[in-house]
Design a protein around this ligand. Sequence first.
Ligand SMILES: Cc1cc2nc3c(=O)[nH]c(=O)nc-3n(C[C@H](O)[C@H](O)[C@H](O)COP(=O)(O)OP(=O)(O)OC[C@H]3O[C@@H](n4cnc5c(N)ncnc54)[C@H](O)[C@@H]3O)c2cc1C
Length: 317
Amino acid sequence: MMKILVYIHAPAGTPSKGQRELLALAARLGDASAVLGGPADDAALAGLGAAGATAFYAAAGGLDADGLIAPAVSLLEAAVRASGASAVLLPNSVEGREIAARTAVRLDAGVITDAIDVDAELTVTKPVLAGSWTVKAQATRGPALITLKANSIEVPEATPAGGTTAPVHELEIGDTAPAARITATAPHTATGRPELSEARFVVAGGRGVDGDFGPVEDLADALGAAVGASRAATDAGWIDHSAQVGQTGTTVSPQLYISAGISGAIQQKAGMQTAKTIIAINKDPDAPVFEIADLGIVGDLATVLPQAAAEIRQRKG
Ligand SMILES: Cc1cc2nc3c(=O)[nH]c(=O)nc-3n(C[C@H](O)[C@H](O)[C@H](O)COP(=O)(O)OP(=O)(O)OC[C@H]3O[C@@H](n4cnc5c(N)ncnc54)[C@H](O)[C@@H]3O)c2cc1C
């Protein structure tokens, strides 16, 4: 049976949906082991075990990551060498892609990003060219380092209870003292909304909101959705840059993407085109976003969004 490693960047009490997707895919392909990119207590190990991990790899003496990724690269390299893994699955986040790339250089291995599926031959399916084509790709040497887009693999909404007491292999990873240190950090204000890249539902606003994200945020809250934005909206300072969806922002693949007052430029489509269902609201019937929308509403978002939010709240009771 193939050994598959899953890199868990920040183990927490309950594994995130993205982490459960990575482990579910790994377990489908072979024997799934989790590489712990941070401290993990018993609850975290039980959660990862319940999600499919049959073994763990951790840095002996802990990982002095300090928010930087070089130590994580050393750990992943050591885990691949110790396990003889055929493939490593990582999140398709900025950190995941950077760790994959640096580890691949050390192992002389292949990297494939933006994966949406992997088959038993380790052939990866991924969208390219702003989602207008789907290609199949295989690493030609070394263990394949594959970064998986969130919401690509079906998993239950919650982690099953229980979890195995899988063995933890501690690896000596040598001098991990980073050559750079983070000297100050400031937490983002918590919104209570789901994380954009992993959200099942996203409501996004563009220049059409004309400075007022209130109706977008209200519909997002009615749905339990994350809030996204076009670059025009983030550049205008109407919402934080972390909300930007697209080529130079976050790539999302939610079950439902509601686009409001966004024209649908190619750079915006690049980040949301793989959403399972797209609903577009735009007052211009010729807006390019309607070319990829499953449902299009020609209208003023200031009228449509509050009606939708009210209807959802009424149906929820
Ligand atoms: C290198 C590069 C990278 C880029 N990366 C990104 C990226 O990551 N993400 C991104 O989004 N863009 C990106 N862009 C910018 C992109 O090209 C577009 O300029 C941008 O997406 C436009 O944002 P928008 O659709 O909100 O604005 P506009 O194109 O101005 O569209 C606004 C839309 O709102 C509609 N509208 C107006 N009022 C209302 C109303 N009351 N009700 C309903 N509809 C209304 C209009 O009909 C129009 O279709 C990038 C550009 C470059 C060159």
